[in-house]
Ligand binder design. Sequence first.
Ligand code: NAD
Length: 245
Amino acid sequence: MEKTKLEEIKEAVRQARRIVFIGGAGVSTASGIPDFRSPQGIYNIESEYGVAYETMLSHSYFLSHPREFYDFYWKTMVHDSAKPNKAHRVLARFGQRKRIAIITQNIDGLHQAAGSDIVYEPHGSISHYHCQECGRTYSLSEIPHQGIPRCECGGVIKPNVVLYEEPLDEAVIDDCLTEIRYCDLLIIGGTSMRVYPVAAFPEYMLSGKKIMINAEPTPYDKECDYVIHEDIGMALEAILGVNDD
Ligand code: NAD
């Protein structure tokens, strides 16, 4: 990163009073969890099921093909051995000295595992489940990590992740928009900015600076004050001034 630009961004971080980070799948690729839309992403691999992966992640596919859905889900969406990487750790450490709200499109729970305490998950989480029949709730550790998990009542258990065709939780959206509206520094990173409504969240910011960090260009780059096309972990470490030893 160019030195003058880095100093300017570090100064903006120092002066900011309310910081929000909006992240996506690129935040977790260094933990071994593939993203969807980069050249190495899941959507660029031919589906072994004869159905596009995007279709498999829809609510109607979950209802009509729970076996195939869960086969794909356990193999691709749940990574039991994934650990927080530099990006998660740096954000968590920074949060110990200055308030930073994290809005993650990810469902992997790695920000909480790293120690961040203000985390919003508008797309849900692989950590939580519920029975579609009786509503009983389960945690990931309470269900087998293969096949279709079934409730004691016999109902099919569904992950509390937002599938295509499903609405987002309105209360979570409200919380995210309140954070964004009143923040004075918005850092966006590791996201293609192509998944709505989260891709529209930055529009709600009333005033302040926006920083984009992503390996590839995104449609939102032109709206940002600073654009960094680098690895998210390295870039966050540099701009937040946190040492990840
Ligand atoms: P996306 O796959 O559309 O885009 C990810 C972006 O991150 C790409 O533009 C890629 O170039 C960039 N990227 C990848 N590794 C990077 C790195 N190390 N440093 C900087 N940039 C990097 O992801 P999205 O925008 O988050 O949307 C996909 C949807 O699928 C979201 O809902 C997302 O949460 C979900 N998803 C979640 C996970 C997860 O929980 N870890 C994994 C895959 C997809």
